[in-house]
Structures are given as structure tokens and as C-alpha cells.
Design a protein around this ligand. Structure first.
Ligand SMILES: Cc1cc2nc3c(=O)[nH]c(=O)nc-3n(C[C@H](O)[C@H](O)[C@H](O)COP(=O)(O)O)c2cc1C
Length: 364
């Protein structure tokens, strides 16, 4: 009997051949002055085109959105042209590909912003590291966005989504997880605003929903997915408190209003939660009953656990990250119950093809 992961699934307007999705992963190969996708990046994604859906690495929506070196953007004509190489090649292999839209907010360094501070909900340092041209540096203390700037940022996301469609993507994923800009608005440790973008659950989620609305209006909600990490803590500068999970419950329940939305994508906890109060141990189990649409789950899944999470009705598809780095033919390996290559962490963020496009595929 076929692994449930290999059953087709409909997402938005796409009929996808399987439920083995490629998780968004920054690989820092856009090491050119324009931060555009290159033929090498196209080759990497094309090798993985048998994934039910590829979600690209985070791609900054503006110059202000960047926080790491060599990450691709989706806001200039050159970047659109670069991504066209990728989408064309993936589509020629019958693949499907969404672009992850990214703004790192306070997870940045003033080196990226001509010496000026990065922007965030409030002027609170993430206390983390940013990877700059001169290596790892402490994140800079950000300045709080004005209300006008919040509105402008929503427009940056809208334009980036339109650019993604121009570049040939099948849709976009709004990166609202892992301690980046939207996540910073959701949680009290980074958002102490006193205006309509801070305080209540509704206020903390306002920027996210305004952006989702604009992006969905621009390209169609059935081409928009959202990624949430409703429990990240101790990672990427996020700490949780008794408000965190209720805020995420509010967000997830409200996402039901967007009945056309392509999907919601959850990341299971990044760190053990047993000793952390107010954390949720199993995101899928907690949030599945609260969301009626298509749900993708991620973090640490393997062939068996991925199959099980779908069969238990806790998710509709599984995103695999590191396994896809090391196994371009992951779908085939799951189909045949074959062994997986092990990934090499030392080449996650380096330049060139090593550890990027040179992982072996199975014979035959
Ligand atoms: C090298 C690397 C880069 C990543 N970059 C991103 C990213 O750009 N956007 C994102 O949402 N998650 C990113 N992640 C998180 C992955 O999408 C995924 O959540 C994580 O690897 C756990 O899944 P896995 O156990 O299947 O690898 C990254 C992870 C890795 C290993």
C-alpha cells in the first residue's frame, strides 16, 4: 500500500501529486550584488521538483526587510528576472512552487541599513545574532515602525506578491513565523506598542491581517499560504508568556474567515517545551480543531511520522526541510522506503554547488 504521503492533494487551484512538501530554507546562494536568483538556484529547486509543493527560501520584500547576507529578494526587476529562471525550470519538470515573502524586522543589523537601525514593532533588541558581511554580529536595537510605515510595509508585501506572480510563481507564503516581523508583532516580548498595533490579541494581529488582506486581494487568497510558529521561544529572540497561545488561537480561528486561503503552515516547537509554561507541545493536535482549511505541518518529520500525522487527521501535508536539502529525490525515497542521505550542516549557508546541488540521487 502506498504511503499516505504519496496521495494527491488539491491546494488552492493546484492539483498536487503528493503531500511531501519542501519547507522554506534560506541557503544564501544569492551571492550577487542584486541578490537575485541564479542558474545555480534554479538547478537546486529543479532537482527537487518532484516535491508536491516547493516553498522557497525566505525572500525579502524590500531593502528594509533584509537581515542576512546573500538572501534573495523579490522587489526589483532584476530579482523578478532571476526568479523566472527558477519557476520556468521547476514548471518544466511539472513542479509547483510558492515564494516565501520575508521581512526579518528586528532580526537584522544596522550594517544592512546604512548604519541606521532596523525596524520592528517596538525598540527592543532581539538579543540574537545577525549574519553580516563581516560575520555574525549582535542584532541591532531596532526602532519602532510608525503607523504610516506599517501601512507601507503592507504595501511592500502586496507588491512582492504581485512580483512573485509576474516571476511565474504559483503563489506566495507569508512568513509570519520564527521570530521575524509578523511574529514580533504577535508576542509581548517584542511588541509593547500602545496604539492599535499592540495590546489586545486583535491589535497584535492587525498588521498581519491587513497584510494578508492586501496580498489576497492582489493575487487571490487561493494563491496565499501563511506560516506560523505558535510556540517558538528561546529561539530568534522570542520568549512566550501567558498571552502567546491565546493570541495564536485568535489568529488561527480568524484565518477561517478566509475560506479560500491556500493553506496554513505550522512549525512544531523548535525547542523542548516540557519545562516551559504556556507552551503547546503538539501544535498540530492543539490547532487542528481550530482551523477548517488545509493544514501543513513541519519540523522533524520522517516517512513514518509524516504518514501518521496525516492518517491521524492532524494535518493534510507535511513539509520536510533538512531531508530535502540532502535528498533531491526525497519523494522517490519515501515511495520506495529507501534510505535517506544525511545533510551536511556546514554547507547550509555557504556559496557554490557544494552541499547544494551535489547530493546524490538514487540509481534507476
Ligand atoms: C538551512 C535552513 C534554513 C532555513 N530557512 C528558513 C526560511 O527561510 N524560512 C522559514 O520559514 N524557515 C526556515 N527554516 C526552517 C525550516 O523551514 C524548517 O522549519 C526546519 O528545518 C524544521 O524542519 P525539518 O526538521 O524538516 O528540517 C530553515 C531551516 C534550515 C535548516
Amino acid at each position: 500500500m502506498k504511503n499516505t504521503l504519496l496521495k494527491p492533494i488539491k491546494i488552492g487551484r493546484m492539483d498536487l501529486p503528493n503531500r511531501i512538501f519542501m519547507s522554506p530554507m534560506t541557503r544564501s546562494r544569492a551571492d550577487n550584488p542584486e541578490n537575485k536568483a541564479t542558474p545555480l538556484i534554479a538547478e537546486y529547486y529543479t532537482q527537487r521538483a518532484s516535491a508536491g509543493l516547493i516553498i522557497t527560501e525566505g525572500s525579502q520584500v524590500s531593502e528594509e526587510a533584509v537581515g542576512y547576507i546573500h538572501t534573495p529578494g523579490i522587489y526589483t526587476p532584476e530579482q523578478i528576472e532571476g526568479w523566472k529562471l527558477v519557476t520556468k525550470a521547476v514548471h518544466e519538470k511539472d513542479g509547483h512552487i510558492f515564494c516565501q515573502l520575508w521581512h526579518v524586522g528586528r532580526m537584522s543589523h544596522s550594517d544592512f541599513h546604512k548604519g541606521k537601525p532596523p525596524v520592528a514593532p517596538s525598540a527592543i533588541n532581539a538579543g540574537d545574532k545577525s549574519y553580516t558581511l563581516e560575520g555574525f554580529k549582535d542584532t541591532s536595537t531596532p526602532r519602532a515602525l510608525t503607523i504610516a510605515e506599517i501601512h507601507n510595509t503592507t504595501q511592500d508585501f502586496r507588491r512582492a506578491a504581485e512580483n512573485a506572480i509576474t516571476a511565474g510563481f504559483d503563489g506566495v507564503e507569508i512568513h509570519s513565523a520564527n521570530g521575524y516581523l509578523f511574529h514580533q508583532f504577535f508576542v509581548n516580548c517584542s511588541n509593547i506598542r500602545k496604539d492599535e498595533y499592540g495590546g489586545s490579541h486583535e491589535n497584535k494581529a492587525r498588521f498581519f491581517f491587513e497584510t494578508l488582506h492586501e496580498v489576497g486581494q492582489a493575487i487571490g487568497f487561493n494563491r496565499v499560504g501563511v506560516r506560523l510558529n505558535p510556540s517558538a521561544h528561546g529561539f530568534f529572540g522570542i520568549t512566550i508568556d501567558r498571552d502567546t497561545i491565546p493570541t495564536f488561537e485568535y489568529v488561527v480561528e480568524r484565518l477561517n474567515d478566509y475560506s479560500d486561503l491556500a493553506y496554513v503552515h505550522f512549525v512544531e516547537p523548535m525547542v523542548p517545551v516540557d519545562n516551559v509554561p504556556y507552551a503547546v507541545k503538539e501544535i498540530a493536535r492543539h490547532f487542528r480543531p481550530r482551523y477548517r482549511g488545509t493544514l501543513i505541518i513541519n519540523n522533524g518529520f520522517r516517512a513514518e511520522s509524516g504518514k501518521r500525522v496525516i492518517e491521524e487527521g492532524l494535518a493534510d501535508a507535511v513539509a520536510f526541510g533538512k531531508p530535502f536539502i540532502a535528498n533531491p529525490d526525497l519523494v522517490k525515497r519515501i515511495d520506495q522506503g529507501a534510505k535517506w542521505n544525511r545533510w551536511d550542516e556546514s554547507t547550509f549557508y555557504t556559496t557554490g554547488p557544494k552541499g547544494y546541488t551535489d547530493y546524490p540521487v538514487m540509481e534507476g
